[in-house]
Ligand binder design. Structure first.
Ligand SMILES: O=C1C[C@@](O)(C(=O)O)C[C@@H](O)[C@@H]1O
Length: 144
């Protein structure tokens, strides 16, 4: 029932750990509207990202948004880890990212880069649509 969001160390400029509080609120609210939950993990090292990904096995996570960080070696290790998970995923980068190793990751839906923390909000919309919730959400009308 849930979407895992894993951020990398220094994934956002001027934001050493994790996502801004208002972005987390947007993510939680948007997922809740669609009857889902988000689990946001701010990692402080590539090892932690890998550990987080491993913990997603069999815990009900349906979709993964993740930032593999800057280091190319750890990026490929993280890419392999996501591939092994076998869950649909989107790689999110705050800034433009030249290397897209994730294109080789099984079940990868997309790569989002250059939208800062809002990239996760965009990623969540894509994830919810992919999981088939967008239609259900549109059945709720507030106002006219
Ligand atoms: O957008 C970026 C830049 C980056 O990809 C880099 O190569 O430095 C590292 C990512 O963690 C971050 O999200």
């Amino acid at each position: 029932m849930s979407i895992a969001i894993i951020t990398a160390p220094n994934g956002l400029v001027d934001q050493p750990a994790g996502l801004p509080r208002e972005v987390v609120s947007q993510l939680v609210e948007r997922a809740a509207q669609a009857g889902r939950t988000v689990a946001v993990r701010a990692c402080s090292s590539a090892t932690e990202v890998v550990d987080c990904l491993r913990q997603l096995n069999g815990n009900g996570t349906e979709f993964v948004l993740f930032d593999p960080g800057a280091h190319s070696l750890s990026r490929s290790a993280i890419g392999a880890c996501v591939s092994r998970l076998g869950k649909p995923s989107i790689e999110v980068h705050a800034g433009p990212c030249p290397a897209v190793e994730i294109s080789s990751v099984a079940d990868s839906i997309s790569v989002i880069d250059g939208y800062g923390a809002q990239g996760y909000v965009l990623g969540l919309s894509i994830a919810l649509e992919y999981l088939g919730d967008a239609e259900c959400e549109n059945r709720i009308h507030v106002g006219t």
